[in-house]
Design a protein around this ligand. Structure first.
Ligand code: C5P
Length: 308
């Protein structure tokens, strides 16, 4: 993730993400779930912009959010937005007052498992660091990112990665081929804490499948992705939060059933839902699959691809 400069203005593109696999290894004593996930950015973006603001307006810092696409969600403004809290957190760490006008242009659906809020927060750290000339290096920003949310360090690192711990331990995966994907977001969302709570795991316990687990499914998926062994994707693209999310949002189940009837390489829910993705063989194939999903009116459909 990088800040671009245009005169005194700056901007950062904040991508959405997919969890190509998401394994839950157990629930920790701090309440978070220990996980292992292969995550990748996808070419569906929010954009965060910065301008220094005019002197003498009496408003040194502001944070606003606007829809970017016509069908985009209305994001919270001010401190209700994680990206605004990220700006304030960085200013606090640097011992300065936050300043300038921040404008978030939203495209990524919310409560979708696409990581939009976390990506915006990572973008806010990168943008404010550049615009204010703080010169923080990435490890220092990553420390603040992990405080803001489990997925924020992944977006800060940029590119596909295997994420462990509660999500904040990021191992970048280099040189993986681009995957054409179709994403379907039903109108209903899923709350992340509710999806994790629906797993019903007591603190300090592990789910049954984790007890029987032999080796890392994330490592197997990464190896198949690197080798282009697409026939192995069908069994490796699995999300252990999906059943819990289906119990909270029947639309996920309906999309899963529709995806199972289509000729795609693999399909699963992303993150804690409610968005669902199908991996396709080519961009043309993705456009055909997107048309099939659109015909079924299951939600908003995006034909896109993973970012290297
Ligand atoms: O870290 P983040 O603020 O994104 O997490 C939101 C919520 O999701 C947490 O409060 C927790 O309920 C749940 N969560 C979890 N285990 C994780 C990540 C998130 O239980 N690894």
């Amino acid at each position: 993730m990088f800040a671009r400069r245009n005169g005194s203005a700056w901007s950062v593109l904040a991508p959405a993400k997919l969890n190509l696999c998401l394994d839950i290894l157990g629930r920790r004593f701090d309440g978070f779930h220990e996980l292992e996930s292969v995550m990748t950015p996808v070419a569906l973006y929010d954009r965060l912009e910065y301008s220094p603001g005019s002197l003498g307006t009496g408003e040194p810092f502001s944070f606003a959010a606007l829809p970017w696409r016509r069908d985009a969600p209305l994001a919270p403004a001010g401190d209700d937005n994680l990206a605004c809290r990220a700006v304030r957190r960085l200013a606090d760490a640097a011992g300065i007052e936050p300043q300038g006008r921040f404008l978030l242009r939203k495209s990524i659906p919310m409560a979708a498992g696409l990581g939009g809020g976390s990506s915006d927060a990572a973008a806010a750290l990168v943008l404010a660091n550049a615009a204010w000339g703080l010169g923080y290096d990435r490890p220092r920003l990553a420390g603040l990112a992990a405080e803001l949310g489990s997925d924020v360090p992944f977006f800060l690192a940029g590119g596909p990665a295997c994420c462990r711990g509660r999500g904040e331990i990021v191992e970048p995966l280099a040189a993986l081929p681009r995957l054409p994907v179709v994403i379907v977001k039903p109108p209903q969302g899923v709350s992340t804490p509710a999806a994790y709570a629906a797993l019903g795991l007591a603190r300090g316990s592990a789910p049954e499948h984790a007890e029987r687990r032999s080796g890392s499914s994330a490592d197997r998926l990464t190896a198949a992705w690197r080798a282009g062994a697409w026939s192995r994707f069908r069994t490796l693209v699995v999300n252990r939060l999906q059943a819990a999310a289906e119990g909270l949002c029947s639309a996920v189940d309906a999309i899963a059933a529709a995806a199972a009837r289509l000729d795609v390489l693999a399909h699963a829910m992303t993150g804690s839902g409610s968005a669902y993705f199908a991996i396709c063989r080519s961009a043309n194939h993705a456009h055909r699959i997107a048309a099939c999903f659109r015909g079924q009116r299951l939600g908003t459909v995006y034909a896109t691809a993973t970012c290297p």
